[in-house]
Ligand binder design. Structure first.
Ligand SMILES: [Zn+2]
Length: 336
């Protein structure tokens, strides 16, 4: 083995490298020359055939051959590297994805709007349970034992003798049982009636109850508060009308009509051409209710009112089927 041998092997390698077309062939070439039993290793093994005085020079020659071949193979392998993925292009002219965001249910919106007004008028918000005991739902509110509202036809009873509250009025006596006068609260919530489900009635609906008890409260305070509420909620031109009525827990009692906000009082199908819409019941709290919660009915007096949210909302939105408010039809709800 001499310098010529090394030069010859270098030439052979360079020729073979030129013919390599893929990674597999390159690997084979690398194995053939630089592998443990490859050509270079064979040359190192033959170094003992070289005369001692030339061994150092031959060794250096073989080392540089090995280094050069290794570098050449690395350089060639770069050419076979997987081409880098083309950079993703953003097309700014493409239409964007529509973002659908949710909204509050119209019933929730109506309740929130009303509570907001009452809070500005100085009312606190109170809540009570939906499953009530008979005493709060009926007895404390001066319902005689034979009152038709207690009838199985109207009330859902639970197995343990409770009732699903038929109105938000039990929150009145619940609140007064634990608070000393004066009290000024509004109580929103769901109420339940055992009625056949139809376009006009549903087994549950929402009410807001109001209660104000203090010394010297009169019907004039009730009228003033209701009138202010109606102006803030329906607009400053609304007119209101009190009609005498009857509720067990108020005396005297009244129902309140507002001038139809759809036709302005001229008459339309919603107000049945009367120009008026009934929106709530109210009255001065019956002394028997105050006595039931140990309030001094000689010293304290006050008023209560209750309004049905669904009925009001149906009139306002021109809905003629109450069921749509409970069906969660996205197409309907999207409008709000
Ligand atoms: Zn009308």
């Amino acid at each position: 083995m001499n310098k010529a041998t090394v030069t010859e092997i270098r030439k052979q390698f360079e020729k073979a490298l030129e013919e390599v077309r893929d990674t597999a062939a390159l690997e084979a070439l690398k194995h053939g020359y630089l592998g443990r039993k490859g050509i270079i290793a064979g040359l190192f093994a033959r170094i003992r055939e070289v005369p001692p005085e030339s061994r150092k020079e031959t060794g250096e020659l073989l080392n540089s051959l090995k280094t050069d071949l290794s570098a050449a193979i690395d350089a060639r392998s770069m050419q076979f590297a997987v081409p880098r993925k083309q950079k993703e292009i953003t097309d700014f002219s493409m239409p964007g994805y529509a973002m659908h965001h949710g909204s509050r249910h119209p019933l929730t919106q109506a309740v929130d709007d009303m509570l907001n007004i009452f809070q500005h008028l100085g009312f606190d918000i109170a809540y009570g349970p939906e499953v009530e005991i008979d005493w709060y739902n009926f007895e404390s509110l001066n319902f005689p034992p034979d009152h038709p509202a207690r009838d199985m036809q109207d009330t859902f009873y639970t197995e343990g003798g409770g009732v699903l509250r038929t109105h938000t009025s039990p929150v009145q006596t619940r609140y007064m049982s634990t608070h000393k006068p004066p009290v000024r609260i509004v109580a929103p919530g769901r109420v339940f009636r055992n009625e056949a489900i139809s376009a006009r009635s549903y087994c549950l609906f929402h009410q807001i109850e109001g209660l104000y008890i203090d010394e010297g409260i009169t019907f004039a305070d009730l009228k003033g508060t209701i009138e202010l509420f109606c102006r803030l909620y329906y607009g400053k031109d609304v007119r209101i009308k009190f009609r005498g009525s009857y509720f067990p827990f108020t005396e005297p009692s009244a129902e309140i009509d507002v001038s139809c906000f759809l036709c302005g009082g001229k008459g339309c199908p919603v107000c049945k051409q009367s120009g008026w819409l009934e929106i709530m019941g109210c009255g001065m709290v019956d002394p028997n209710v105050l006595k039931a919660v140990n309030y001094d009915s000689e010293r304290y007096s006050g008023y209560a009112f209750g309004l049905g949210i669904e009925r009001m909302l149906m009139m306002r939105l021109g809905i003629n089927d109450i069921r749509i408010l409970f069906e969660n039809d996205v197409e309907f709800l999207k409008q709000f």
